[in-house]
Design a protein around this ligand. Sequence first.
Ligand SMILES: Nc1nc2c(ncn2[C@@H]2O[C@H](COP(=O)(O)OP(=O)(O)O)[C@@H](O)[C@H]2O)c(=O)[nH]1
Ligand SMILES: [Mg+2]
Length: 358
Amino acid sequence: MFDGLKDKLDSFRSDVEESADAEADVEAEAEVEAEADVEADTDVEADTDAESSTESASSDADEDGPGRLQRAKAFATGKVVLEEEDLEDPLWNLEMALLESDVEMGVAEAILDDLRSNLIGETKSQMASTGDLVADALRDALLDVISVGQFDFEERIAEAEKPVTIVFTGVNGVGKTTTIAKMARYLEDRGYSSVLANGDTYRAGANEQIREHAEALGKRLIAHEQGGDPAAVIYDGVEYAEANDVDVVLGDTAGRLHTSSDLMAQLEKIDRVVDPDLTIFVDEAVAGQDAVERAKQFDDAAEIDGAVLTKADADSQGGAAISVAYVTGKPVLFLGTGQGYDDLDRFDPEELVADLVG
Ligand SMILES: Nc1nc2c(ncn2[C@@H]2O[C@H](COP(=O)(O)OP(=O)(O)O)[C@@H](O)[C@H]2O)c(=O)[nH]1
Ligand SMILES: [Mg+2]
């Protein structure tokens, strides 16, 4: 998962390290030269011109000893090692790498700004190498954008009045129905009963598909005829849950109608009629910026509370996982990591960042 992105972040670290170390070498040599200048000046007791002093200095600095000593001294005193020019090239490379990984432009800029303000003027002590400093700054910068809006999903379910109604939105084929099935299993593992309600009354075969999942999981399915009113189906699901003490209603929706404005209007209606406790947007992690764009659109039609990114198992870029929360202001709550019912992982920003920046 996100291996390509991991490599790119790693390159940034070694980029800065290289650039800062090269700078430190130059500075250490300059200092040795400056000291040699002073010695040369006192030796001849005259104001020697720059050229001759450089000459006499370079012969001194050629010996390895003093240069190493200077560097060791700078290292021990914690002098400033990261300057704007050290970061220019690495930051540029990082920005390109993030965009290549399908991170949204504004998100990439936020990460860069964060890094700039955290790293420039940063001092290096004996304890921390440049690489460690950069890794810390990267972790902070990523966490800031990834953790936007996070809340504890389990706690939300626990505290909500039952039945809790959750409606899943998103385009066709991204894994909505599969995610609902996984969610039924996830809830069961935590002691909550659930009923499935098929609001995808548009697609032929939708009832059969979700019924297979319901049967495999031992869950009740509420479904109407194809072409029926999706809001009515989910509403029936809520009534069933109320009458039968079921904790959670999981409402599926269509991912495609005749036109996309029909779809948005239908989602708005479900939102109005059912008034779900949570609306969760589902898209594929692999869709990158398209997923981010769609998250915004769906949020406009029927306000979302969070997102699930599916097929993270097949995503090496991580752009959507990094961008969705920052762009929509709504958190990524789960990652789909496979086709099995247990392949739903709670999205933990700290864990992800630790994984990305080793
Ligand atoms: N690899 C992988 N495949 C998934 C994941 N989630 C869903 N799928 C597959 O994506 C396809 C479409 O899923 P479906 O639930 O029918 O999408 P829907 O049209 O949005 O309801 C199915 O073949 C699923 O098995 C996931 O997290 N990882
Ligand atoms: Mg479906």
